[in-house]
Write a protein that binds this ligand. Structure first.
Ligand code: SF4
Length: 226
């Protein structure tokens, strides 16, 4: 890992800019979930992970209460991660079909996974000020991935906040609307592909399924030349 990413990740882990979210993470990590009651929860902000030479970036909303907030890695130890990594393995982006814990040997093929917000918000609903507070970390991540060609956003909040980054830094003339599987050319030459979030609710209601997700990932692989 580069010194830049190490510094960034250290700042994220120590961050206390959003008192409501820090308090909520601590509460979850103290009360815990029945099936994880004997575990020590991570309980701090969760950084992105993967290959810093990534050509593909996958962006979610925030760490899950008993997933990333427990294990310390995004999309790890929760149902969204189970779905996502099953699909990532199927298309050859991940070496494992699961993401269980931080020492499971998971490796990503030229891919970086992160969340817009590094702390879990109550009811998965962040406040505007919290998204603003955290945006500097996301901005640094995206600007530091120099080989990036394709961005997949999981869910509308990730999509909107990715667009916010582009509007801050570039002139965007066209209206970009959240729609699963469409392809947008961004002003810096990257391609943005919005996807439904693989949350248990979206999977159970069949808003997203493995076929839809895999075809989106195959498209992302093709355009990022993975
Ligand atoms: S959400 Fe981001 S800005 Fe807020 S406390 Fe967590 S890491 Fe810091």
């Amino acid at each position: 890992m580069s010194i830049k990413f190490k510094k960034l990740n250290n700042s994220i882990i120590k961050c206390k800019k959003c008192p409501r979210l820090i308090k909520f993470s601590k509460k979850i990590s103290t009360i815990k979930r029945k099936q994880n009651i004997s575990e020590v929860y991570w309980g701090k902000p969760v950084t992105g992970f993967g290959d810093i030479k990534a050509k593909l970036m996958i962006i979610g909303l925030a760490p899950a209460a008993h997933g990333g907030t427990r294990t310390g890695r995004a999309f790890t130890g929760d149902k969204s991660g189970d779905f996502l990594f099953y699909c990532l393995r199927k298309v050859g982006i991940s070496n494992l079909p699961t993401s269980k814990h931080i020492k499971d040997g998971l490796k990503l093929n030229r891919t970086y996974i992160t969340n817009i917000l590094k702390c879990v918000p109550p009811n998965d609903k962040p406040l505007g000020i919290e998204l603003n507070n955290c945006s500097n970390y996301f901005d640094t991540e995206i600007q530091s991935l120099k080989n990036l060609k394709v961005i997949i956003t999981l869910g509308k909040v990730a999509f909107d906040n990715c667009i916010k980054f582009y509007k801050k830094n570039f002139i965007i003339n066209k209206k970009l609307i959240f729609k699963h599987g469409v392809k947008y050319y961004l002003p810096d030459g990257k391609i943005l592909i919005p996807s439904y979030h693989p949350s248990p609710r979206n999977v159970n209601t069949k808003v997203i399924n493995t076929k839809k997700m895999m075809s989106l990932l195959i498209m992302a692989k093709k355009y990022s030349k993975l």
